[in-house]
Design a protein around this ligand. Structure first.
Ligand code: TLP
Length: 347
């Protein structure tokens, strides 16, 4: 078989040769003691890129979000989040299980936003002892389950105004914040300005092998660092990983535009195939979500048939699929994937 076109996620990306070299050469120390110079360099770079005072390196996006939620909320506090938020759907219920944090969902709109009227209506009266205390609004940019949709600086400012009206904090799950920044042609810091805390991932489109960062004020990051330790995420000579993260931030951000072009190419090709429901105009970044409108073919069969033809996509429930473009895939790979779809749907 020809090479595999793996569209299941941008988490499948492998480190670049420059990352492997940087990992090999990294200066190291004990990061829990604050003495790993490479981790310290990555944290300073991340904070600067997102316009925050400080940052802390953590093993995963899940831990980054959890450390933030635990830093904002005590047991029994409520966090408002989208019903399609990654923190709600995919993190093993960690905020509730580990932190006793009460998730309050409001519907995600197709563009990844929360209707701020819905948010406001969900905020509790702090003087009523029946209620949990609302502490936090969680937003996600780009929005994974909303097909990589981008939240704008203007939306963030509106959300800030609502949060300020009630003394709430905002956490931004920015796992793919640089995809949003590249898609909008703005500095990532313009998208994070109105958030009190931000998490972002190095190990998705930026192609580093492992790691995420939590960014915020110096005081907030002190709290998050403590939560990281509690969660078992203090990593000692973590500079071997941070070294790849520095290369990711310095060299892999602008490249994300290629993934967006490839996603658009994939979406336009898929939309032309009979039995596929997809509006390519909705594809803003590197995630393509589409549905199969056929009675004679199940999603499971289509996934298996595509895999046999060297193309991997994810079935995400109901009739829907997700395909994610990333480093290591080029336009020819997208065309190969489209051919496989064409044959599988014809068969
Ligand atoms: N998302 C993964 C899977 O968990 C679904 C993927 O393949 O997209 N926030 C967002 C918005 C994410 O998409 C993810 C990972 C995370 C947080 C968690 O990151 P990790 O996987 O590093 O814990």
């Amino acid at each position: 078989m020809d090479r595999i076109v793996d569209l299941r996620s941008d988490t499948v990306t492998l480190p670049t040769p420059a990352m492997r070299q940087a990992m090999f050469e990294a200066d190291l120390g004990d990061d829990v003691m604050g003495e790993d110079p490479t981790v310290n360099r990555l944290e300073a770079l991340a904070a600067q890129r997102l316009g925050k005072e400080a940052a802390v390196f953590v093993p995963s996006g899940t831990m980054a979000n959890l450390a933030c939620l635990l830093s904002h909320c005590a047991r029994g506090d409520e966090a408002i989040m989208g019903d399609l938020a990654h923190t709600f759907l995919f993190e093993a219920g960690s905020s509730a299980a580990v932190g006793g944090i009460h998730p309050r969902t409001v519907p995600n709109q197709p563009d990844g936003t929360l209707d701020l009227g819905d948010v406001e209506a969900a905020i509790r009266d702090p003087n009523n002892p029946h209620y949990p205390r609302t502490r936090l609004i969680c937003l996600e940019n780009t929005h994974n389950r909303c097909g990589g949709a981008v939240l704008t600086p203007a939306y963030m400012a509106q959300a800030r105004a609502v949060a300020d009206g009630y003394g709430l904090a905002i956490h931004l799950d920015g796992a793919r914040i640089f995809n949003a920044a590249v898609a909008l042609g703005v500095d990532a810091s313009a998208l994070t300005r109105d958030a009190d805390s931000v998490s972002f991932c190095l190990s998705k489109g930026l192609s580093a092998p492992v790691g995420s960062l939590v960014c915020g004020s110096a005081e907030f990051v002190r709290q998050a660092r403590r939560q990281r330790k509690m969660l078992g995420g203090g990593m000692r000579q973590a500079g071997v990983l941070a070294a790849a993260g520095i290369v990711a931030l310095e060299t892999m951000v602008e490249r994300l535009a290629e993934d967006h072009t490839n996603a658009r190419r994939l979406a336009e090709g898929l939309a032309r195939l009979p039995g596929i429901d997809l509006d390519p105009a909705r594809v803003q970044t590197n995630i393509v979500i589409f549905a199969l409108e056929r009675d004679d073919l199940t999603p499971r069969q289509l996934v298996a048939d595509l895999a046999a033809r060297g193309v991997k996509v994810g079935a995400i429930g109901g009739q829907r699929f997700r395909a994610v473009t990333h480093y290591g895939l080029d336009a020819a790979d997208i065309d190969r994937a489209l051919e496989a779809f064409q044959v599988a749907l014809a068969g």
